[in-house]
Design a protein around this ligand. Structure first.
Ligand code: ZN
Length: 195
């Protein structure tokens, strides 16, 4: 029998988005010290595992390509997320990252790839490795590209955000409407449980 999985975007779903004062922007963390988990994410991941889902991080991380952090710092950030989840008693089954960007600053990572969401490359790769039935699986993320990648892969989708969201019009236009919208990963795990 095939496995089922919940694919989880990282920044904005597992850990907080950071306000980078010096640049005046909200973005992913640029170093391990900026990794702070959102409330109850460990609990959510543990609940999903109890329901029999594999939990797999799928995250666009163009920071190396954009010269915002080094490969070494990226390793430290991944480690920090794992450590913080472990403190809450949670372990994810696997992690996939797209470190490319079509308009990067570092040549090695500057390319158009099929792993960067909205493309479903990371999900498809994980599905093959872990023998996953995608129609019985979920993608959870806080961006339109997460919903698009999930839908392209044939998963059900949950958007982390607010019900009256600014993105709703855009989602309708892009045919990227999620099956559910809810504010936290823990709430999302409850929705999956109820289905
Ligand atoms: Zn990629």
């Amino acid at each position: 029998m095939k496995n089922k999985a919940v694919f989880i975007d990282r920044d904005g779903v597992i850990n907080e988005i950071i306000y980078h004062k010096e640049m005046g922007i909200l973005d992913s963390p640029f170093n391990a010290g900026q990794i702070k988990l959102l409330p109850d994410v460990g609990k959510a991941i543990s609940e999903l595992k109890k329901m029999g889902y594999k939990t797999i991080i799928v995250s666009n991380q163009p920071g190396i390509a954009k010269n915002r952090f080094s490969e070494e710092e990226f390793s430290k950030m991944k480690e920090k997320v794992r450590d913080e989840l472990k403190k809450q008693g949670a372990v994810v089954d696997d992690e996939y990252y797209c470190i490319h960007h079509p308009y990067g600053k570092i040549e090695e990572y500057t390319k158009k790839c099929n792993c960067r969401k909205p493309e479903p490359g990371m999900i498809l790769k994980a599905a093959e490795k872990h023998n996953i039935d995608l129609s019985n699986s979920w993608m959870i993320g806080d961006g339109i590209t997460d919903i698009q990648a999930g839908k392209k892969a044939g998963c059900k989708t949950i958007m982390i955000g607010r019900m009256k969201c600014d993105l709703c019009q855009k989602m309708a236009e892009e045919n990227a409407e999620p099956d559910h919208i809810t504010p936290t990963l823990y709430e999302a795990s409850k929705i999956i449980q109820s289905r």
